[in-house]
Ligand binder design. Structure first.
Ligand SMILES: [Zn+2]
Length: 319
């Protein structure tokens, strides 16, 4: 951006110099030099959905925000295409989750990048089972990347995004500060909503599909179990694990098995069919929206509210 501005200002100055040299006095009739800072948006690329939503809220109409992992695609184990890598090289700012979630981010040759996990105290991921040890995507890191599912940590991610935008586009610093403040206020309301909705529940244990809700569970005093013990919903679940989950559900009196929006629900259905009053609901890790949801304008906050509604059923909450 700054480089472009200098070049455009340079061209404008040259045009004025030429105009003077040829004796054109009526400068006001000359076309206005391109005011690049006013009309050109900052080009921002976010790695996957929650970061895209946060960046869009903070960037508003001063930023042209796009997302790398396409709608409807589960981002664990996803890899960028050469086209993604070329696009990223042209962006003013790359925004990513960090904590090992996007193992491919170093391939992007970003001019500027924001690691939104910076400054957040990360949890260790649980040790992976033998059969899952060869999963890709989490090889470099045993850290748990699912920070965005805790709205309090999401506020920190939003602050990092705000700071990144201010760094590459300081002319609009006040605008970004204002938008970030507004969105942070929405996250505060979400946090208050979750606390109040989950304040009167019979249970604190729930069975997620993959191990994505550790930060969320810690924040709200819940205990997460998961069908996939690993940090990713990919890979095989061994029959032994399936019977463990059935036993666990039965012993804790849990009748809801949570599935996810971007995975095949069959496994959750099988488990639910074999426990008393078993039922499957979605508890979304918000790792991506499907196209329909994206077209409806669904965002992180709407998805979190849906999660809370479904969680209330499993935890048997009064409201
Ligand atoms: Zn995940």
């Amino acid at each position: 951006m700054d480089m472009d501005k200098k070049i455009i200002v340079g061209i404008a100055a040259a045009a004025v110099a030429v105009a003077i040299a040829v004796g054109v006095i009526a400068i006001s009739t000359q076309p206005q030099p391109l005011a690049s800072g006013d009309t050109e948006k900052v080009k921002v690329i976010a790695s996957f959905f929650p970061l895209y939503d946060f960046a869009s809220n903070v960037g508003g109409d001063k930023a042209d925000v796009s997302v790398i992992v396409p709608a409807g695609i589960e981002p664990h184990d996803w890899e960028p295409t050469p086209r993604n890598i070329a696009d990223a090289g042209n962006a003013d700012l790359i925004i990513y989750n960090g904590a090992g979630f996007e193992g491919w981010v170093a391939q992007l040759n970003a001019k500027n990048a924001v690691d939104t996990s910076r400054g957040i105290e990360l949890m260790e991921g649980e040790h992976e089972e033998e059969g899952e040890a060869k999963e890709e995507g989490h090889e470099e890191s045993a850290l748990d990347p699912h920070i965005w599912l805790d709205p309090v940590l999401a506020k920190k991610q939003v602050e990092s995004i705000r700071n990144g935008l201010i760094q590459v586009d300081s002319a609009n610093a006040d605008y970004y500060r204002q938008n970030a403040q507004q969105y942070i206020a929405e996250l505060d309301s979400l946090d208050a909503f979750i606390r109040s909705e989950l304040s009167n529940c019979e249970k604190t244990d729930f069975i997620a599909f993959h191990n994505a809700f550790s930060y969320f569970a810690k924040r709200y005093g819940l205990t997460q179990h998961s069908v996939h013990e690993g940090l990713s919903p990919e890979g095989e679940v061994l029959p032994q694990r399936i019977s463990e989950i059935k036993q666990l559900a039965t012993s804790l009196g849990i009748n809801i098995i949570y599935s996810e929006d971007l995975v095949d629900p069959r496994l959750a259905n099988v488990i639910a069919s074999e426990i008393p009053n078993g039922q499957v609901l979605v508890l979304s890790p918000i790792e991506g929206l499907d196209r329909e949801e994206q077209e409806k304008g669904f965002g992180y906050i709407e998805k979190m509210r849906q999660n809370v509604e479904n969680l209330k059923v499993g935890l048997k909450c009064q409201s």
